[in-house]
Ligand binder design. Structure first.
Ligand code: DOR
Length: 441
């Protein structure tokens, strides 16, 4: 018996904790775990390294609806290249693209487009519109769909389903978990005239204030309760929401972004100006502290990047014309490994929140955990490597990161997808081999 690949001499992050172990791969799956596993066509020496389950970034905007993306900004190839360079093996892509991923035709076309265009595995969100409210049961069971995504508050693009009656109708038309951008549209529009054009960038978090986020989250949770349909609140950004969601775990999940864990107002707006503008906004320190407490006590189900590239010119426009959204898929893992180094969370907790958590929340098949039978997706990391994030490292053609100049301790060494080493020491190998992720429906 000879395996295709054995990862040996590393420290492996199993769901139950870390241990010195070898992992054998056959036909793209984890075939055996143990010591002295025998012969293999290829061996990966992970001595001194940690073998994590393939990191999933379940919230990215690769800007590509299957027709080539946005020149100079992003497409599926460049977005997924950033993912694997950053140690991410799978990314779940948002539907606010051209064309939007909102019907069977566009989603099926995008599903077929993945092969040959993506370096990493891809899940697809189906966007809710006022026209497809009764079809969520059909759309969410198309191949490769991780969930319906509802923009209940407006952001980049024109996808929006804001009123309770429409959201409830959608929630009654299917059964899988629905993902929400929960900011409250009514409050957001009400408050917009209160702020002057060309005001400071920090006005962004005064306009889209705490109540805007909290009210939206309360409304969505009430609809989830009425309909019994599970929801996932994306990018939770306020202390008030974390406290509230702590009591809703049976039905409503909670995502936090790396930005809300690491950057806060007012400092970030003074330093980065338009490059700090995102929705929901970066807020004051007390919210950042609440996010860390929510990570520690289990309120948070997953951490994501909300990778959302825009051209520099759009980020440098005066507020509020500044495009909202920040690149992040490539920097997600190094930044979070650095938090492990700083003692803010354990490596096991990182694996739970960045591999197992997203796989569980969306029902990804064969992903998220290093167990026999699962796909052989691994993020191999060096916890001691010290490297600096720089704009010129960023694969997105837009060419910037809000973490330019940040020194990290902990860095991805290899990205392995279904047993194939697609990135090693900063270089990609071969051709893009990413495939659609399958989801339990
Ligand atoms: O800041 C954001 N940018 N938030 C979103 O919800 C959308 C995203 C984008 O697509 O640019």
């Amino acid at each position: 018996m000879s395996y295709d690949l054995i990862l040996e001499n590393g420290t492996v992050l199993f769901p139950w904790g870390e241990a010195a172990a070898d992992v054998a791969v056959q036909d793209g799956r984890i075939a055996a775990i143990g010591a002295r596993l025998g012969a293999a066509a290829a061996r990966f020496n992970a001595y001194g390294l940690h073998v994590l389950p393939g990191i999933i970034d379940p919230h990215v905007h690769f800007r590509d609806g299957g027709q080539g993306g946005i020149p100079g900004v992003e497409d599926m190839r460049s977005g997924s290249l950033g993912a694997v360079l950053g140690g991410v093996t799978a990314a779940f892509d948002m539907p606010n693209t051209t064309p939007p991923g909102v019907d069977a035709a566009s989603l099926t076309a995008k599903h077929h487009y993945i092969a040959g265009h993506s370096w990493c595995e891809i899940g697809l969100f189906a966007g809710a519109t006022r026209e497809n409210l009764d079809e969520s049961g059909a759309l969410e069971t198309l191949p490769g769909i991780c969930a319906m995504k509802v923009f209940a508050g407006s952001s980049t693009g024109d996808l929006l389903v804001a009123d309770d009656a429409s959201i409830e109708r959608l929630m009654r038309s299917g059964r899988r978990r629905v993902a929400f951008h929960a900011e409250d549209e009514e409050r957001l529009q009400e408050r917009k005239p209160l702020f002057a054009q060309g005001g400071p960038y920090s006005d962004h978090c005064q306009w889209r204030d705490v109540e805007c986020a909290f009210k939206g989250t309360r409304r969505i949770t009430a609809i989830a309760r009425r309909t019994g349909r599970p929801a996932h609140i994306l990018h939770v950004s306020t202390a008030e929401e974390f406290a509230f969601l702590r009591g809703q775990k049976d039905l409503v999940g909670c995502e936090v972004l790396v930005n809300h864990l690491l950057q806060c107002a007012p400092e970030v707006y003074e330093r980065l100006r338009g490059y700090a503008v995102m929705n929901p906004p970066l807020r004051e320190k007390r919210h950042m502290e609440a996010a860390w407490a929510a990570v520690a006590d289990g309120t948070v189900d997953n951490i994501a990047s909300d990778h959302a590239p825009h051209p520099r010119a759009a980020k440098e426009r005066p507020w509020p014309a500044t495009a909202a959204g920040l690149t992040g898929v490539q920097t997600l893992l190094p930044l979070m490994l650095t938090q492990v180094h700083a003692g803010r969370l354990s490596l096991l907790r990182l694996a739970q929140l960045m591999a197992e958590g997203p796989a569980r929340i969306y029902g990804a098949v064969g992903k998220g955990r290093i167990v026999a039978g699962n796909d052989a997706d691994f993020s191999v990391v060096d916890l001691r490597a010290v490297r600096r994030i720089e704009n010129r490292w960023i694969a997105s053609p837009c060419g910037w990161t809000p973490f330019d100049g940040v020194e990290c301790t902990g860095w991805p060494v290899a990205t392995i997808i279904r047993g194939q080493v697609v990135m090693y020491e900063g270089q990609v190998t071969g051709e893009p081999i990413g495939r659609p992720v399958s989801f339990r429906s």
